[in-house]
Design a protein around this ligand. Structure first.
Ligand SMILES: [Zn+2]
Length: 74
């Protein structure tokens, strides 16, 4: 079983200065307010990864939900 804290936004850490940034309303900040590093590319990459993971999971579920035996027309 995996434990997931509900409703808690993940802390965002700036890869440049290492400061912790608080996502506003669950949305990551696009720029570090401390060192002005642009996170846009980073956020897009993370989003892509997440959507790919979700798509793979959904595909797996769809596969598992379908019965293996196909009915052949006679
Ligand atoms: Zn920074």
């Amino acid at each position: 079983m995996c434990f997931r804290p509900g409703g808690v936004a993940k802390a965002q850490v700036c890869p440049n200065c290492g400061k912790k940034l608080i996502p506003i309303g669950g949305v990551f900040q696009k720029k570090c307010p401390f060192c002005k590093t642009d996170f846009t590319a980073m956020i897009e990459a993370a989003k892509k990864e997440e959507s790919e993971r979700l798509a793979a999971e959904a595909a797996k579920k769809a596969e598992g939900a379908q019965p293996g035996d196909e009915k052949k027309p006679e």
